[in-house]
Write a new protein. Sequence first.
Length: 346
Amino acid sequence: MAREDAVQKEKVAIIGSGNWGTAAARIISGNVTRHPNFHSEVKMWVFEEIIEDRALTEIINEQHENIKYLPGFKIPENVIADPDLLNTVRDATILVFVIPHQVLCDQLKGNIHPKAIGISLIKGCDTDETGIRPISLILKEALRIHICTLSGANIANEIAEGKFTETTIGYKIREEGELFKKLFETSYYRVGIINDVIGVEMCGALKNVIAIGAGIIDGLKMGNNTKAAIIRIGLLEMKKFIKMFYKNIKDETFFESCGMADVITSSYGGRNRKVAEAYVTTGKSFEQLEKELLGGQKLQGTLTAKEVCAMISRKGLENEFKLFIAIYRIAFEGLAPNKIFDAIVD
Ligand SMILES: NC(=O)c1ccc[n+]([C@@H]2O[C@H](COP(=O)([O-])OP(=O)(O)OC[C@H]3O[C@@H](n4cnc5c(N)ncnc54)[C@H](O)[C@@H]3O)[C@@H](O)[C@H]2O)c1
Ligand SMILES: O=P(O)(O)OC[C@H](O)CO
């Protein structure tokens, strides 16, 4: 049966309310009122915290602004913030996952709508004894739902400002990819869809490692040519890694917004780049700089570098991924930042 017949009005729940989660809520809240497929109310799960004696949830619902993670941008009134995860997802037929991947929700198991499908906006991965596990796979297996992925050159604040942006949705079932396109696309946020769930997702995870490399180059005060070299070599390692470890990855994916374009934007404007630059110039740890520079937002790239390099080392492939390994050793093993050049000179 076509999904449109099985579910007449899709109800959307957004799991996460950080910088991107809140910017995404602004987009979704407009689209659900425009398209007949959707119920006009959108629930958003908030990891509750107290800000100046008030609960963040209360601030969002009364002031219609996430003053901590996306200050200065109004959240439409059809977005209802809720600190109770299970209450947020109770009737939802569409689950939008947009939390830092360190904090995935086991609680959801067995507590979601039988017809629910999901989309992961998360840029990261997880590991177990078998190696790297894409988050979409973990969600799919744990919750027994179909999962699409959305990733692209998407700095949340620029999207919140309405600046022209592209993104990519990876789908397995085209109808679901098209439904999610309706949920996300606006005049300034253009969505491409491709039959490659894991390719889209893994580009979003690995580009964060390259962005750390770009930040190291900025910290060393090298110029644009050097950064372009890091981007080029990083892209090659990203493609090699993804194609080596996952099946049926499409070459075209690397030319979508989730591929090359996200590596570029992250290497110039992302948080991973910013913190890596400060790591080189201050000598403080990534952990400390994350706290000092990001106002509660989270870095994804350091953990991903650790996970990716553990997998590379386990397989004895260090010589195939010299840049990823150098970035990891600079970030975690005290390797001097200028040693990054040893990885990019043949
Ligand atoms: N910010 C961006 O520009 C951007 C763009 C595209 C994709 N992403 C990806 O989206 C995902 C979410 O990032 P974000 O920018 O929305 O988040 P963020 O880094 O701005 O915010 C951190 C969020 O984590 C929550 N949190 C902190 N500790 C928690 C805990 N123990 N349990 C549950 N939640 C907790 C906070 O409440 C906050 O909502 C990440 O995978 C990120 O890589 C971010
Ligand atoms: O700020 P970053 O480094 O987490 O990157 C943000 C987005 O993923 C850019 O597309």
